[in-house]
Design a protein around this ligand. Structure first.
Ligand SMILES: Cc1ncc(C[n+]2csc(CCOP(=O)(O)OP(=O)(O)O)c2C)c(N)n1
Ligand SMILES: [Mg+2]
Length: 614
């Protein structure tokens, strides 16, 4: 059998592809050459698994593959060329010099469209480089289909794709998926090309089902080069193999919660990521206005219009100890229990697409009642019930609460204006002022990727948003996400400005050469603003929180300072971006305006701002 198979495979390698494309050494070819009882039609086109992989990806709705290639992808690369030559559909390829860019581009794309895309990386090493991204996607509940090769399993040239280079012998760990497993909803190694489309449909259904998240498919070269007749590969259509969406709630629970709200004196609502869905945003606003509920964002994304009369701010610390009925809506960390504790007998209702938080070993925020599902639908049900039950006394009380909420709103807005009025000094621009100036230049639909770390609150306070999901933070804590995410969002929404705001530390983490390379090569202009405070302020602040009078403080040694006198803008310049460095607060408005103009005109821009030092 080995002799029979050997000859055609070598022809394949030396260029007689037509012959080899029909006689490929796998179990199926064996059946044919051995003339066994399994009848195969010979007049049906026959292609490699990689061909069906690309076709299947397009069929499930993967329009983009964010790729960082290696030896494992030879069969895919060859089939890409075949499909392109024949004009057959397949996902567009975006080559990313670093996997961190690829993973986060998929995040940005999914954030805007709701659809997970493909990230194709090199065996274990490429997978390891996506771990930070997978952490962020998982914690942000964003779908992505991560794919990687695996080292070939044949070493003696038995099959097309056998090991043929050094790295194939050193790139097979015992458990490749373990590199990203904590952040996965599903993983599999493709066992045979005959199920490739079924596997893709399964992967897609899982990543798109709520709560969404990453899935991981591994593939060996020998599997990708197997040939199958077209009629052996079943299609799994979206119509028939749908993903699971979040549903509404049990009417009995809704009725019970409405009764609580009818009697509440001081109800509040805290949300973190409900704004991912526009209808949830509308539902929160409508319920809050009807019932006089103060809304706080425990920020991942902005969730309701900051113009809403019920939106009070980004921390509920003052309100939590006073609230008698609280709604936690799509939120991971509503407050820090070390800072604030809820009132003893308060009633908390937890409405979330992910009430269990199974990805977190510890999660102990209160929930006298928990309703898992689509928060928009559940809040619509609740509002309907409340309207049916509302008494004049309730309506009066709600109106009185709205007045109190307005006072809290006005106070917050005045405080923000006060903070922005101080422009800072040369070499120490006040981040509040910078953010407020940026706000002047943005349209409602423009998107901000806020990786400002200790300056993130300034961005939140000074750039009020009207459209939900237009200021975003990663649900995870892996720094280096904002550049790639901005690129992916820009790809999905070419008419909207995508602004990456990061600290100097975050800029390093984001593999900026890779980000600017993609911006240049694929004409994806983004605006990058680096708030450079000369190091890791978060690290310094954390040390001070734990040891307010510690040795690090006495010595002034926080292990937080980074290289001084760097010129970050030159990184962008190297890739054709418009580049500016700004130190004097007086120069901020004009510099920002020039950068925004460049980006709107089609060229990436970077503004390195020297802000208040840590
Ligand atoms: C990948 C990764 N490594 C390390 C950290 C730990 N960390 C959290 S904040 C921070 C400092 C970030 O510095 P910068 O972006 O300049 O923001 P700043 O703290 O100065 O506001 C670090 C190192 C992290 N969150 N992610
Ligand atoms: Mg910093």
């Amino acid at each position: 059998m080995i002799i029979t198979l050997g000859a055609p495979k070598r022809c394949y390698k030396t260029g007689l592809t037509m012959l080899a494309r029909y006689v490929i050494p796998n179990k199926q070819s064996v059946s044919r050459t051995m003339d066994t009882s399994v009848a195969r039609k010979t007049n049906v086109p026959d292609f490699a698994t990689a061909y069906y992989l690309l076709e299947g990806l397009k069929e499930i709705g993967v329009d983009y593959l964010f790729c960082n290639f290696g030896t494992d992808h030879a069969p895919i690369i060859d089939e890409m060329a075949h499909r392109r030559k024949r004009g057959e559909p397949m996902p567009s390829v975006v080559r990313c010099p670093h996997e961190n860019t690829a993973a986060h581009m998929a995040a940005g794309y999914a954030l805007v469209t709701g659809r997970g895309q493909g990230v194709l990386v090199h065996v274990d090493v490429g997978t390891a480089n996506t771990a930070n991204g997978m952490h962020n996607l998982f914690r942000s509940r964003l779908p992505v289909l991560l794919m990687a090769g695996k080292a070939p399993y044949t070493v003696n040239d038995e099959l097309v794709g056998s090991r043929d280079t050094y790295v194939h012998f050193v790139q097979e760990p015992f458990d490749q998926a373990s590199l990203v497993r904590p952040y996965l909803k599903w993983e599999w190694t493709l066992p045979s090309g005959v199920v490739v489309k079924e596997a893709l449909r399964r992967a897609y259904s899982i990543m798109q089902s709520e709560p969404r998240g990453p899935v991981y498919l591994m593939m060996q070269r020998e599997t990708l080069t197997q040939h199958w007749n077209a009629d052996e590969i079943r299609r799994y259509t979206a119509d028939q193999f749908a993903a699971t969406s979040g549903g509404g709630a049990d009417p009995q629970l809704i009725a019970a919660l409405a009764d609580r709200l009818l009697k509440a004196e001081n109800p509040i609502l805290i949300t973190g990521y409900a704004g991912r869905h526009e209808h949830a945003s509308r539902a929160i606003d409508a319920l809050a206005q009807f019932a006089g509920i103060a809304v706080y964002e425990a920020n991942v994304t902005n969730n309701i219009s900051h113009d809403s009369p019920c939106f009070v701010g980004f921390t509920a610390d003052d309100a939590v100890p006073e609230a008698d009925v609280g709604l936690l809506v799509d939120v991971d960390v509503p407050w820090f229990p070390s800072d604030v504790q809820p009132k003893e007998n308060a009633y908390w209702a937890h409405i979330d697409i992910d009430t269990l938080k199974p990805g977190s070993p510890m999660w102990t925020f209160p929930g006298n009642m928990r309703m898992q599902g689509d928060s928009g639908r559940i809040l619509d049900q609740l509002l309907e019930e409340l309207k049916a039950k509302a008494t004049p006394r309730f309506t009066e009380a709600a109106a009185a609460r709205l007045k109190r909420i307005k006072a809290a709103r006005d106070k917050r807005i005045a405080r923000a204006a006060e903070l922005a009025a101080d422009k800072g000094k040369p070499g120490a621009i006040n981040p509040h002022y910078l953010a407020a100036e940026l706000a002047e230049l943005l349209d409602d639909e423009d998107m901000i990727f806020n990786e400002g770390v200790t300056n993130a609150p300034a961005v939140l306070m000074q750039i009020p948003r009207r459209v939900p999901n237009t200021t975003v933070r990663a649900g995870g804590g892996g720094l280096g996400w904002s550049g790639g995410t901005a690129l992916g969002a820009r790809l999905a929404a070419p008419d909207r400005l995508a602004v990456q705001i990061c600290g100097d530390g975050g800029f390093y983490f984001g593999n900026p050469t890779s980000v600017f390379a993609v911006a240049q090569q694929y004409k994806l202009p983004i605006l990058t603003i680096v708030m450079d405070n000369t190091g890791w302020n978060a690290v310094k602040q954390s040390t001070l929180r734990v040891f307010p009078q510690g040795q690090a403080k006495s010595a002034g040694a926080f292990e937080a300072n980074l290289a001084p006198d760097v010129h970050f803008a030159k990184v962008g310049e190297a890739f054709g971006a418009h580049a500016e460095e700004v130190s004097d607060p007086a120069d901020v408005p004009a510099a920002l305006a020039r950068c925004v103009k460049e980006v709107r005109g089609g060229r990436a821009a970077i503004l390195h701002a020297r802000v208040t030092r840590l």
